[in-house]
Each structure stands twice: as structure tokens, then as C-alpha cells.
Ligand binder design. Structure first.
Ligand code: NAP
Length: 243
């Protein structure tokens, strides 16, 4: 059994930061992947170390193949065998009706939200199939099944691709000892939203009457990475207040 070492992309803020802190409390060493905000990444790293776990921060774009290889190379070099990946780094891209969305904005969003997940998962399964297996959790969205009309149909489509990738890859690598699951959050209080007050504004449409907190996603991710979920693969766990 290896010490759990988990790569969390987009680990510097929001849901990813909460995942890093929860996993550290549950005994994982952590690699925080992030795009640009060094100081937020260092704040998360300090929290992980305060929990008694090792932490490495790596600045990268998950949409860049060479960056993704550098992330996993550094992880192995500094922390040893990587046992977990949380594919979490995502962006909303253009907000509004599809008729008004610019192609370049959608291209950038699709590259992070779909290609980035595929590149990180590809490298993870290459490594894990040699090192005794592991677990991947993809952060999707309730948007994948709702479709987000008038808001970001391209983003919802990207998250549906994440759900499909989870199903296909879980079957492809099941006999390599690698589990692949998905968590689909509803609206969560983070800086993700173009309108920062959106979580409050949509609360009335959520059966539980409120948006969620990042920590409420982190617990689901930790469970899916744990041995308690040893027989779960290809699953999408919706954590969306009833949406
Ligand atoms: P967030 O607060 O905006 O944080 C995004 C994180 O991703 C940051 O750490 C950011 O790094 C990083 N990032 C963005 N682009 C990147 C790239 N190309 N390469 C590497 N890192 C990158 O977002 P969040 O709300 O926590 O969302 C996390 C995930 O949950 C996303 O996949 C999102 O689609 C999904 N989700 C969110 C909600 C919600 O309501 N918030 C609902 C459903 C699903 P920097 O800070 O350095 O830029």
C-alpha cells in the first residue's frame, strides 16, 4: 500500500481548495495544480502542511500537454507514487445565450473543461497502471443534465462530456485497478460565477433552498477516493441540494 498522494487541479481556490484541505485531513499528501494565483496556492499548501501532510504547488495550464506531464513528473519526483487525481480545474467561459457566445471564448473553455480533464486522466492512468492502481474523481456539474439555457450551454455540454468520459474510462481501466468516478455539484459559493451573487439569486430554484459550500463537495470526493468506495467505479454522485 502506498501513502495516498493526490493531485488536485484547480486546488488553489473554491471547491479545489476545500478538497485539498479535506484530503489532507483524511491522510493524503497533496499536489495543488493552479493556473496563476500563487498566493492562494501557497495559502492552501500551508493549510495542508498544518494538517501534517506534504504539499507541492505546481503552476500550469491543464489544457497544455507538456504542462500536465510536468505536473505529474514533479509530483512523482517530490512526493512519490501518485495514487489519486481530482480533475477539478474548470472555467465558465462566455456567459449568456449561445447565439451571443464568441468562438474563441468557447474554445478556451472547452480546452480547459474537456481536453484538460482528458490530458490529466490520460497521464494518471499511464502512471497508475504501472504503479498498482489508483482512483480518479472528475468534477462535473449538475449543468450536464440541466443544460444551462441562457447561461452557458457550451459549459453544460463540456460537463456532459466529463460524465461520458467517466463512464468510458472507468470501464477501460477497471482491470488495471483504477477507479474513475464523478461528482456533479450544483451551485456552490465560490468565485467561479460571473455574477458573484448568483448562488444567492438561484437559491429559490434549489429544492434545499440554498447554494452549497465547497466543503460539501469535498466530503463526496474524499469518499470516492477512499477504500470505502472500493467497488464504486463509473458512478456520478450528484451533490446539488436536490437539483
Ligand atoms: P473557481 O473558484 O473559479 O476556481 C477555479 C480553479 O481552477 C482555480 O484554482 C484556478 O486557478 C484553476 N484553473 C482554472 N483554469 C485552469 C487551468 N487552465 N489550469 C490549471 N488550473 C486552472 O472554481 P470552482 O467553483 O471551485 O470550480 C471548480 C470545479 O467545479 C470546476 O470544474 C467547475 O466547473 C465545477 N463546478 C463549480 C460549480 C460552482 O457553482 N462553483 C458548480 C458545478 C461545478 P487560478 O486561481 O490560479 O486561476
Amino acid at each position: 500500500m502506498h501513502q495516498p498522494v493526490t493531485v488536485v487541479t484547480g486546488g488553489s481556490r473554491g471547491i479545489g481548495a476545500a478538497i485539498c484541505e479535506r484530503l489532507a485531513a483524511d491522510g493524503h499528501d497533496i499536489v495543488v495544480g493552479y493556473r496563476s494565483d500563487d498566493s492562494s496556492a501557497e495559502t492552501v499548501a500551508s493549510a495542508v502542511r498544518a494538517a501534517g501532510r506534504r504539499c507541492l504547488t505546481v503552476r500550469l495550464s491543464t489544457a497544455d500537454e507538456n504542462d500536465v506531464d510536468r505536473l505529474f513528473d514533479l509530483a512523482a519526483q517530490h512526493l512519490g507514487v501518485v495514487t489519486g487525481l481530482v480533475n477539478n480545474a474548470g472555467i465558465s467561459g462566455p456567459n449568456g445565450r449561445l447565439a451571443d457566445a464568441d468562438a474563441e471564448g468557447m474554445r478556451q473553455a472547452l480546452e480547459v473543461n474537456v481536453l484538460g480533464y482528458l490530458l490529466c486522466a490520460r497521464r494518471a492512468v499511464r502512471d497508475m497502471s504501472r504503479t498498482g492502481g489508483g482512483a480518479i474523481v472528475n468534477i462535473s456539474s449538475a449543468a450536464a443534465t440541466i443544460g444551462s439555457p441562457g447561461q452557458y450551454v457550451h459549459y453544460a455540454a463540456a460537463k456532459a462530456a466529463v460524465d461520458a468520459m467517466t463512464v468510458g474510462l472507468s470501464k477501460e481501466v477497471a482491470t488495471d485497478g483504477i477507479r474513475v468516478n464523478c461528482v456533479a455539484p450544483g451551485t456552490i459559493w465560490t468565485e467561479f460565477h460571473a455574477d458573484p451573487e448568483r448562488p444567492a439569486k438561484v437559491a429559490a430554484n434549489i429544492p434545499m433552498g440554498r447554494a452549497g459550500r465547497p466543503e460539501e463537495i469535498a466530503g463526496a470526493v474524499s469518499w470516492l477516493l477512499s477504500d470505502d468506495a472500493a467497488y464504486a467505479t463509473g458512478a456520478t454522485l450528484r451533490v446539488a441540494g436536490g437539483m
